[in-house]
Design a protein around this ligand. Structure first.
Ligand SMILES: [Mg+2]
Length: 277
C-alpha cells in the first residue's frame, strides 16, 4: 500500500470529497489548505464533490474560500446539483415529489424542474393519495416525518420512478454522525420492495461524468481523495481513477486496509499528499 501504485507525475486532476476530507464541521483538516494550494501551483485541476444536498454550491465554495481555499462555484458539485443537471437534460417533464430540504427543492427548480408541494391533509390518519407524482426524489432531510414517508410510499406503489441524491447512511459531524438519506432510501425500499433507479451522488457514474466534464481530464489521469470507502473510493475505482483514502472522517486504517475495492493509497490526512506533489 504505497504511493508507488499511483504515478503522481501523470495526475492532471484531483477530486476531493469535502466532509471528513477537506474539513470537518467548520474547521479545515490538517494540510488541506496547503495541498490544494500546491496542486494549483503545479497546474493540476482541482474539483470538490459532496453528496450533501443541503446547501447550494456557492455556499460550499464560500466556505472553502473562507478557510483559505479560494473556490469558484463551478469548482464544486453536489448530489443535488448533479440530479438537477441530469434530469433537466434527460427527463425535464417529470413532476417530482421531494423528500428533502428547501435548498434541494430550489436547486431542482433552478434547473427548470417541477417540484410538487406537500400533500398534507387535515387528518394524519387518512391516507393521502398523492396526485400527479412522476418521480420520488429521496435526499438528506432533517425535517423528515411520517407524512413524507407515507406520501413517497403511496407514490411509489402507484408507479412513480424512484430517484435519490445520495446513499450515505450517516453524515459525519464533529463528534459523530447523524442519519442521512441512506436510512430513508432503505425504509422505502423495504416498504415497497423496489430499488432506487437513479442515484446522482457518489458512487454513481453520473457524478463522475459531471466531474470529468468540469475538469476536462480523463479519469485515468485523476486522483479521487475521500474518507468514505463505499462512496468516494468505490466511485473512483469504478471510474478507473486512482484513489486515496484519508483517515480523518468515516474510515479507520483497519477499514481502509480491508476495503473492497481497496484504495491505492491510505493517508493519515489529506495534507500527507504534499509529500507526493
Ligand atoms: Mg466525506
Amino acid at each position: 500500500m504505497t504511493a508507488a501504485r499511483v504515478p503522481m507525475a501523470d495526475i492532471q486532476g484531483v477530486v476531493f470529497d469535502l466532509d471528513g476530507t477537506i474539513y470537518l464541521g467548520e474547521r479545515a483538516l490538517p494540510g488541506a489548505v496547503e495541498i490544494v494550494t500546491r496542486l494549483r501551483q503545479r497546474g493540476i485541476q482541482v474539483l470538490f464533490v459532496s453528496n450533501k444536498p443541503l446547501e447550494p454550491r456557492q455556499n460550499y465554495a464560500a466556505k472553502l474560500s473562507s478557510m483559505g481555499i479560494p473556490t469558484q462555484t463551478e469548482q464544486v458539485i453536489t448530489s443535488g446539483y448533479v440530479l438537477g443537471y441530469h434530469l433537466a437534460r434527460t427527463r425535464p417533464e417529470l413532476r417530482l415529489y421531494v423528500i428533502g430540504e428547501e435548498n434541494l427543492k430550489s436547486e431542482l427548480q433552478d434547473h427548470g424542474l417541477e417540484v410538487l408541494p406537500e400533500f398534507y391533509g387535515q387528518d394524519e390518519k387518512v391516507v393521502i393519495q398523492p396526485a400527479g407524482v412522476d418521480a420520488v426524489v429521496v435526499a438528506f432531510d432533517r425535517t423528515l416525518d411520517y407524512r413524507k414517508i407515507n406520501t413517497a410510499y403511496q407514490a411509489l406503489i402507484g408507479g412513480a420512478a424512484f430517484f435519490a441524491t445520495n446513499p450515505d447512511k450517516t453524515c459525519p459531524m464533529p463528534g459523530g454522525g447523524i442519519p442521512d438519506a441512506g436510512a430513508t432510501i432503505a425504509a422505502l425500499q423495504h416498504l415497497t420492495g423496489r430499488q432506487v433507479e437513479l442515484l446522482a451522488g457518489k458512487p454513481s457514474r453520473l457524478m463522475v461524468q459531471v466531474a470529468m466534464e468540469r475538469m476536462g481530464t480523463p479519469p485515468q489521469r485523476c486522483l479521487m481523495v475521500g474518507d468514505r470507502l463505499e462512496t468516494d473510493i468505490r466511485m473512483g475505482k469504478q471510474a478507473g481513477m486512482y484513489t486515496a483514502a484519508v483517515l480523518t472522517g468515516a474510515s479507520s486504517r483497519l477499514m481502509a486496509e480491508h476495503a473492497q475495492p481497496a484504495p491505492d493509497i491510505i493517508l493519515e490526512n489529506v495534507g500527507k499528499l504534499t509529500d507526493y506533489f
